[in-house]
Design a protein around this ligand. Sequence first.
Ligand code: PFF
Length: 445
Amino acid sequence: MKIARFSRIGFILAAAGSAVGLGNIWKFPYMTGENGGGAFVLIYLLTITVIGLSLFIAEVLLGKAARNDSVTTFETLAPKNGHLWKYAGFIIFAGTLILSFYLIVIGWIIKYVYISATSLPTAVKEAGATFGGMVTTDVVGQFIFFNVAFFITIFIVTRGIKQGIEKVNLILMPLLIIILLALFFYATTLSGFSQALSFLFVPDWSKVTNTTVLQAVGHAFFTLSLGMGTIMAYSASLSNDTNIVRASISVAVIDTAIALIAGIVIFSFIFTGGAEAAGGPGLVFISLPPIFAEFGSLGNLFSVAFFVALGFAGITSAVSLIEPTVLYMTNRFNLSRARSLVYLGGVTYVLGTMALLSNIEEYKSYVTFGGKGFFDILDFTSSSIMLPFGGIIIAVFVGHVLQRERVYSLLKEYMSDRVFALWYFTIKYIIPIAVSAVMINKIFF
Ligand code: PFF
């Protein structure tokens, strides 16, 4: 099968588009807020550099070596037992689970673009009621916005790698960066700016517990889109002249820079308005709007810009959550993209609807299992179990199953022998051991 090729910049933007998402602008700031700031940021940066970047390079390498869907990739690259290793390729199905709740959050964001343009809540209490009311009672509204997010995503993926994914990323990624930078420059003029900087960059080690470390590791997977074959699928379309190490570093740097810029912007507004840093998952939906409201109609503009940027970031990640499974279905079952998307979309639609209902007071009892709502089950199973598990599988495959010579020959053009030895050691030992520790701790404690 012939797989379309990205342009060199197209690949970097698409991979960065996948990495930069709700994880950066919504999750990273609230996790930082809840974990006391600077120390968490430092541990997260270290994790991204050691574990995240190494695994990213491993995924790119597999994608480029096989240029196929992930099931075929494991099957054909394994020197022996390919018929068993092919099952490792099923890590792609984590994407369907993530997408189901991710689209609900993108739906909220689209609704907040509308709220930002019309009537921003002016007090935190009112903002809490607006957000809480939407999530726990507004079935129809949420369902409509979930559908909007759903159809935008499906439409883009139907158009394929070049005409859909590359094009959308070429437009939306620069726009996202422009909007964030504009907000950033404005944030530098706010009184809370320096407080935001010291909150994010001066570590207070007394705030660090082992949970802080574990959360930072888990988030490194999510934020770099690792452990479910997304980067592998995009790398199947890599152009031959791409320097895979440099491209991986670029994506990790863009992803980290955007998380930090988003953090600075959000905390500058939070501290200027005197709101609580540890605002939890509602941070951008509850703490920010009333602060924007204080700036009058300029505030409406900022708020629209902020949520539009967040929506762009979400959409470019959403398409990357579904592309690996589309590639698998078109490749292995000879289906058209449209038909694959009908099946995958159907599953996402059902799971997404169940997740949405699990937050609604009236219906939650029907979609709560073992005391946990379906939305939380999807989030927990995919982010805390499937992605780290997928990361371990990839590291074991590259470090222990593929011959070292083979791996070396794929990378030697792009790294010195010393760097290769370091990278190989990380893949072979550090990642399987460290990530297993994270998973065991998350599941059992
Ligand atoms: N990296 C995305 C974010 O930070 O929001 C989420 C994500 C996308 C995770 C694609 C995994 C993935 F394969």
